[in-house]
Design a protein. Structure first.
Length: 668
């Protein structure tokens, strides 16, 4: 029965309610039950030992009946001990054991007194009768009897003594003194027993109160610990708790070789879901996803936690890539099977899904915990880049996600101050006039040993690590200083990452660069690549509007390869739309040519200028004239070249010695 601290304090310090007192008394008896059993057994054995030792005084004071008193002592001792041990063996109640011990006191006194009364040593006996008081005190010296049982046992001993006086017939003075002595002993021992029982009860109450306080403090501590380690929305472990589990797993991996896998799970397009359906529905969505993921990993004893806004993490004792890949795919399908409607996606999937990146501990992976998290994060990035609603396992041999990207990430941190990045420019030709009226700035990166790093490798790393911001501002300043401040070219297009467009104050920073270099915005064009990362929201639209207000032209790059082309054409007034090279290269078939013609017709109806990439032959250029394309770009027009190629005096188009076409740096 559980009692509150208030109830214990009421019992200690306030008038007791009858039922509360009874409940507390019952709890006290139950709490001290084992102690009383131990006390009863040990007390009886000790009392019997003392009882037998008094045979010496029998021999000295009443030698004529000593043999009988000794036999009586032995019989009583063996009898009561045998009864007690049988009761203990059979597990009888504590009250029965106490009753047996009380009866042993009365029987022991009677067993000794009866043969003693027949002695001829009357005077010795008159003094020896004081021995009976020891039996009264024994109820409290050797045992922890309840008050009522102590009174009964001591009262019977007193009664037996009074009866013995009638048989013994001492003188009046003896009668008065010994009766007074026995009654005093009875009163004293009874009072002592009452005080001891009361004190034991109060000690129990105080101890119980302290125990309750300790329990409440412990529970409060556990509650605070749970609160500090639990995500309040989903009920999963929070990042703090998960980080500790990661440290524990990593320590076991380092010391014992126990493998584990880490899975980072991100809800696809959750911001769009939250913005459209509202934050309450967004919270319900996260709770549903968290519950489903928790159920999915419960059977294997994995740990799951909320790692960020819409990101979850699973830590599981997986062995090898195959098991990890299977679990990662299971996590994806678990959320998809919830069929939570998501009508605001741009990839044609009508329900909420997740992307999963997984990494498994492997030999030679290093000694830092951050390693496996970084690998899982890179796998997650790969899953998002692959179209989302899929799972990717980190592959150290994959150049897009392998260990080489770590070196590239480190290299990007020093790329600008160490002058490891440079720009080359690819010409853009006006089809009708044949003149090069613009160039596209393309970034190049080299390692410390001079080895070139492909843009397809370092650009995704720059976007993932945030280095694209510094590189972007550097590229903008470089373009302005190399080509635009001296009007070497009419227009330069610069690729801009969605991460830059979403960064607070991006348009203001661009304006500052233009002011710093003295270049007007009309000489710049920003190429925006459509795709899954181009989330359409008010901040991004506002940023594009601010850039256009600076005079900067906005081009839509790689049209037709993403998922939001028509939506972007509807919302943003692009100056130029660049059709991806794949459509031109497919135009050697009737179907491919028909598709390219349809795309051109669609864009022209929207009023945008059209640029086609990938023109590599004279036949393709002639086809562009046939389709009345505005601008073209490709190796047939000109390969990427350093700024020095564009700072010469304008020349007529001529054939270069390397077989490539030369071009006029300025529009004619």
């Amino acid at each position: 029965m559980r009692h509150t601290l208030a109830e214990v304090e009421t019992t200690l310090f306030a008038p007791q309610e009858a039922h509360q007192a009874c409940e507390m008394r019952a709890l006290y008896l139950k709490h001290g039950d084992q102690r009383r059993r131990t006390s009863a057994r040990a007390g009886l054995w000790l009392a019997v030992t003392v009882y037998l030792m008094f045979f010496v005084t029998d021999l000295l004071l009443i030698p004529d009946v000593a043999i009988f008193t000794i036999i009586a002592r032995v019989i009583v001792a063996l009898g009561v001990l045998m009864v007690l041990e049988v009761q203990v063996w059979r597990g009888v109640g504590t009250n029965v054991l106490d009753l047996t011990c009380a009866a042993a006191l009365v029987v022991g006194y009677s067993g000794w007194l009866v043969p003693t009364m027949t002695t001829a040593y009357v005077e010795n006996l008159s003094y020896y009768m004081v021995f009976g008081a020891i039996f009264m005190m024994g109820a409290n010296l050797f045992f922890s009897f309840r008050f009522a049982l102590s009174i009964i046992a001591s009262g019977l001993i007193l009664a037996i003594f009074l009866v013995s006086l009638a048989v013994f017939s001492p003188g009046p003075s003896y009668y008065l003194s010994f009766v007074t002595f026995y009654v005093s002993c009875f009163t004293f021992t009874s009072y002592v027993n009452w005080k001891l029982n009361k004190e034991r009860f109060n000690v129990f109450l105080n101890a119980h109160e302290a125990d309750l306080q300790h329990q409440e403090a412990t529970e409060r501590g556990k509650a605070l610990h749970r609160l500090a380690n639990t995500d309040p929305l989903t009920g999963l472990e929070n990042r703090r708790a998960v980080d500790q589990r990661l440290r524990d797993c990593w320590e076991e991996w380092q010391t014992k070789g126990l493998e584990f896998a880490t899975f980072l799970i991100d809800v696809d397009f959750f911001k769009r879901y939250n913005d459209f359906y509202g934050h309450q529905e967004g919270d319900r969505c996260l709770i549903a996803v968290a519950t489903a993921l928790e159920d999915a990993v419960a059977a294997i004893g994995a740990t799951i936690g909320r790692y960020g806004g819409e990101e979850f993490i699973v830590i599981s004792r997986q062995k090898g890539d195959e098991e990890a890949a299977h679990l990662a795919e299971k996590l994806c399908r678990t959320v998809e099977n919830l069929k939570i409607a998501h009508g605001q996606r741009r990839d044609g999937v009508p329900v909420v899904t997740v992307s999963v990146g997984a990494a498994v501990t492997r030999p030679g992976a290093g000694s830092k915990l951050e390693k496996i998290i970084n690998e899982a994060d890179r796998a997650l990035y790969s899953a998002k880049a692959s179209g989302r609603n899929c799972a990717k396992l980190f592959d150290p041999n994959d150049p897009q996600s392998g260990d080489e990207t770590e070196h590239i990430a480190a290299l990007l941190k020093i790329a600008v101050p160490q002058k490891l990045v440079s720009l080359v420019y690819q010409p853009i030709q006006d089809v009708s006039s044949g003149s090069v009226h613009a160039v596209e700035a393309l970034m190049r990166l080299r390692m410390l040993d001079g080895t070139s790093v492909p843009p397809s490798l370092f650009i995704p790393v720059a976007e993932r690590t945030g280095a694209v911001m510094e590189l972007g501002y550097w590229a903008l300043r470089t373009v302005c200083r190399e080509l635009l401040t001296a009007d070497h070219v009419e227009l330069v297009s610069v690729n801009v990452s969605p991460i830059q467009l979403r960064a607070p104050g991006f348009a203001s920073s661009v304006a500052a660069v233009l002011f710093e270099t003295g270049v007007t915005g009309s000489k710049l064009a920003f190429e925006i690549t459509e795709g899954l990362e181009m989330e359409m929201h008010s901040d991004l639209i506002r940023c594009i509007s601010d850039l256009k207000a600076l005079g900067i032209k906005i081009w839509l790059d790689d049209f037709g390869t993403g998922f939001a082309g028509l939506s972007w054409l509807r919302l943003i007034d692009f100056d130029t739309v660049k059709i991806d090279r794949s459509f031109l290269h497919d135009s050697d078939t009737a179907r491919g040519r028909s598709m390219l013609r349809d795309i051109v017709r669609l864009i022209r109806n929207r009023g945008h200028r059209i640029l086609v990439e990938g023109v590599e032959t004279a036949e393709q250029l002639e086809l562009m004239r046939e389709f009345r394309i505005d601008d073209v770009q490709g190796f047939h027009v000109g390969r990427p070249a350093p700024a020095s190629e564009f700072t010469r005096q304008p020349t007529d188009v001529a054939t270069r010695s390397d077989g490539d076409l030369a071009y006029s740096a300025k529009a004619s």
